[in-house]
Design a protein around this ligand. Structure first.
Ligand SMILES: NC(=O)c1ccc[n+]([C@@H]2O[C@H](COP(=O)([O-])OP(=O)(O)OC[C@H]3O[C@@H](n4cnc5c(N)ncnc54)[C@H](OP(=O)(O)O)[C@@H]3O)[C@@H](O)[C@H]2O)c1
Length: 333
């Protein structure tokens, strides 16, 4: 089997560590592995398949000979270093939002728009975590009943904001001085209707990402979608209440059937037995979980769904590794 040399930028972060875990779990054909971070992480070591790797400092020379470079170190690092990695011959899979809306950069969720992987010019973008889990569920429904409008409210875990966000929640829960103030208000025992910056029109950047990225991934600029994104004090796993209006009539049984048949989805919908998706059940799983599937009788062809997934797995690391797998598969065929 051909092996691929892989570098990970941001290897010590929440997403970077998950990428390493997922590469191992999925038995990705890794040849050489290079783990990159800042000089603060020099001396750190991370295990992969029983071998210990030193974390190295990212420099412009870090990529020579590497075939896949996963970036998970934030937008400014991707902006500066992804083009350098591309020039050195690597395929970049970028977790930051920096390149996502660029026309020449495919934005890929393999269950939804896998063919896009071959259209890259060196960079493939991994979408926003809350967008990924929503489009995995909506795509098979859109294909069959054509979506007219989506209204989504998210309940997003603190891991979505990186390691310092976990530290803030833990310090607040333990009632000790807060080491890092990642959020503008306490997050323990609280909910913040505020993820990323606010724009003048009143929406946040996270909400705009959900709107714009959904249209790009579903390849339908006419989709109507509006979002409210909320940070909640769960550690991992994003939840979403999604209301959808379709053009065509559907039966709930048909919706469940379509979702069960679609890749990457687990239907968890037995409210009589208290079975519905929850972050604690989605933890460390790659699938997207959907439940509370019911008609919205206030509009024609309306549907309500509750969607949960692990934001660090399918929302970040798993989707990124799947992109690389999809690329290898399609390029080889
Ligand atoms: N968390 C999520 O659910 C999620 C989901 C999708 C996408 N993302 C995106 O993934 C990226 C990383 O998120 P995260 O949650 O993993 O953040 P994190 O836990 O704060 O980790 C950040 C990582 O980036 C490294 N880094 C920062 N500045 C660097 C620089 N100048 N040069 C080299 N390495 C640098 C850090 O290295 P040191 O340890 O040495 O500081 C660390 O490894 C962000 O773009 C985020 O938006 C996150």
């Amino acid at each position: 089997m051909k092996l691929y040399d892989v570098a990970i930028v941001g290897a010590t972060g929440l997403v970077g560590r998950k990428i390493i875990e997922v590469l191992e779990k999925r038995n990705f054909p890794v040849g050489k592995l290079r783990l990159l971070a800042t000089d603060k992480s020099l001396g750190a070591q991370i295990d992969y398949k029983g071998k210990t790797y030193d974390v190295e400092k990212l420099t412009p020379d870090s990529f020579k000979g590497y075939e896949f470079v996963f970036f998970s170190a934030g937008g400014p690092v991707s902006k500066e270093y992804a083009p350098i990695a591309v020039r050195s011959g690597a395929l970049v899979i970028d977790n930051s939002s920096f390149f996502r809306m660029e026309e020449s950069v495919p934005l890929v969720v393999p269950e939804v728009n896998p063919k896009q992987v071959l259209k890259h010019k060196g960079i493939i973008a991994n979408p926003n975590c809350s967008t990924i889990q929503m489009v995995v569920v909506l795509k098979p429904l859109h294909d069959r009943w054509k979506i007219k409008r989506i209204v989504v409210a998210t309940y997003q875990a603190v891991t979505g904001a990186g390691q310092h966000a976990i530290n803030q929640l833990e310090d607040e829960l333990q009632n000790v001085p807060v080491r890092y103030k990642k959020f503008p208000h306490p997050i323990a025992y609280n909910c913040l209707p505020h993820i990323d910056i606010f724009y003048d029109h009143g929406y946040t950047r996270e909400e705009c990402k959900m709107v714009n990225e959904t249209k790009k991934i579903m390849e339908d600029p006419t989709l109507k979608i509006t979002a409210t994104c909320v940070r909640v004090p769960t550690i991992g796993g994003h939840s979403e209440a999604v209301n959808v209006e379709f053009e065509k009539h559907f039966e709930i049984s048909e919706v469940k059937e379509a979702l069960r048949a679609a890749p990457g989805i687990v239907v968890q919908d037995n409210p009589q037995q208290d079975i519905y998706p929850m972050p604690i059940w989605a933890h460390n799983r790659d699938e997207v979980f959907v439940g509370r599937i019911r008609k919205d009788e206030t509009v024609k062809n309306g549907l309500n769904l509750w969607i949960v997934s692990d934001n660090l797995r399918k929302g970040a690391a798993t989707n990124a590794v799947q992109i690389a797998e999809e690329y290898i598969l399609r390029k080889g065929s």
